[in-house]
Design a protein around this ligand. Structure first.
Ligand SMILES: Cc1cc2nc3c(=O)[nH]c(=O)nc-3n(C[C@H](O)[C@H](O)[C@H](O)COP(=O)(O)OP(=O)(O)OC[C@H]3O[C@@H](n4cnc5c(N)ncnc54)[C@H](O)[C@@H]3O)c2cc1C
Length: 386
């Protein structure tokens, strides 16, 4: 059997429905105490033969926290030992269903709609149900979880099994891989921003990030699977230069790229733009990045710490400041990568990139758009945004 086929089989042996039981071997804060963010670095063991490529992601199959499950059971008036059939018609306890199968976190509009269908007598739910009341339902769902819906509209479920109609499936969460296997053959590493907030009088946590932040100490078992992402890859020609825009946890795949290029001795130049709130508290992987800069692996490093001065500065501002050189790199065939926040950052970075191209080439924005389209065709503009 060829090595490639053998590797592919190893990768696919574990899937979201049949994950690998990995052991957490490291779980520490990357941010310093006092930061508004809580970002952690986790290392998880792999079985021999499990392989990934920089640019891939790892899926983590989360569990809802016990307190959240207990609260839902209490509000619904169930004990937890009631029997239900899961999505595969396997009989399990209601407690297990709420912990491992059902999405009791962030409330979805579909849950409001489904509960309204099951309880047409509820006038309050009717006001939020259906396509005509989308905006009202969205407003209600914001910052709420299923427990709030069950509290506000009590006594509407006739039997525990109906929860499978009301609640979506608890799905795995993806994390960009932050390590290169050329450097760490037997583990996979991630940078996770732990989501915590307070809303409507309750303390909330992201389902998966909360688990990784609080309930995944060294030695804990986590069900994981590797997820290939062929659209986010280092250049085939390892002498090609790369430009990486990775603010916040967007740094993760670029740490993997840099480790790979360091371990393999790739000749290509590497330029990283990193951004966060404060240099002292939020400079993720600072020591390693500065070390790579000293060793010449990281050719250029530009940082943007938005809260360190009166006027906010972001990665896209640094790109504009370095526009002339950035355009030179593009002209020399550089690949341009973006990872991190999809809602704002990715758009702002693209706008800045178009401006840099227009200015550098002395052309119009239309010309810049064509230039970028060509880069895309050549796979020289790749994004991993979420
Ligand atoms: C390809 C890919 C790669 C990714 N890589 C990474 C990575 O490297 N690192 C990383 O940390 N994440 C990454 N993510 C995101 C990650 O998959 C999860 O979505 C993230 O960790 C949140 O999951 P959760 O289960 O903790 O939160 P959930 O339980 O899913 O809840 C998150 C939701 O909570 C809501 N929320 C958050 N704050 C508030 C607030 N203040 N008020 C009201 N509502 C709020 C938001 O609607 C948010 O969507 C990636 C995603 C994808 C698709």
């Amino acid at each position: 059997m060829s090595e490639v086929i053998e590797q592919a089989q190893h990768v696919s042996k574990y899937t979201r429905n049949h994950p690998y039981q990995s052991t957490v071997t490291y779980n520490e804060l990357l941010t310093a105490p006092g930061s508004e963010k809580e970002t952690r670095h986790l290392v998880m063991s792999l079985e021999e033969g499990m392989t990934y490529t920089p640019g891939d992601a790892v899926g983590i199959v989360p569990e809802n926290r016990e307190e959240a499950v207990a609260e839902v059971l209490r509000v619904l008036g169930y004990r937890g030992d009631e029997r239900v059939l899961d999505h595969y018609k396997v009989e399990i306890s209601l407690e297990e269903a709420l912990r491992t199968r059902l999405h009791i976190g962030k409330l979805a509009r579909s849950s409001v709609n489904q509960l309204a269908k099951l309880a047409p007598e509820s006038a309050g739910l009717k006001l939020m149900a259906g396509p005509d009341n989308k905006a009202k339902a969205e407003e209600y769902c914001w910052g709420r979880e299923f427990v709030d819906l069950a509290t506000d509209f009590p006594g509407l479920l006739k039997e525990p099994q109906q929860l499978f109609q009301v609640l979506a499936r608890l799905t795995p969460r993806m994390y960009s891989i932050a390590s290169s296997q050329a450097m760490h053959p037997d583990n996979v590493q991630v940078a996770v921003r732990v989501i915590r907030y307070e809303s409507h009088g309750r303390q909330r946590q992201g389902v998966a990030s909360g688990e990784l932040g609080e309930r995944a100490p060294v030695g804990a078992q986590l069900p994981i699977f590797l997820h290939a992402n062929g659209n986010f890859r280092l250049p085939e020609d390892d002498s090609s230069p790369i430009i990486m825009i990775g603010p916040g946890t967007g740094i993760a795949p670029f740490r993997a790229f840099l480790e790979e290029r360091q371990a393999m001795g790739h000749a290509g130049r590497n330029w990283l733009f990193f951004g966060e709130q404060r240099e002292k508290l939020d400079f993720l992987y600072k020591e390693q990045l500065l070390g790579m800069q000293r060793d010449g692996v990281l050719t250029k490093l530009d940082t943007a710490f938005s809260r360190d001065q009166a006027a906010k500065v972001y990665v896209q501002d640094r790109m504009r400041e370095r526009g002339t050189e950035l355009y030179e790199w593009l002209e020399q065939g550089a690949y341009f990568y973006v990872c991190g926040d999809a809602t704002r950052m990715a758009k702002d970075v693209e706008t800045a990139l178009l401006d840099v191209i227009a200015l550098g080439s002395g052309g119009t924005l239309e010309h810049a758009a064509e230039y970028l389209a060509t880069m895309k065709k050549q796979k020289r503009y790749q994004r991993d945004v979420y």
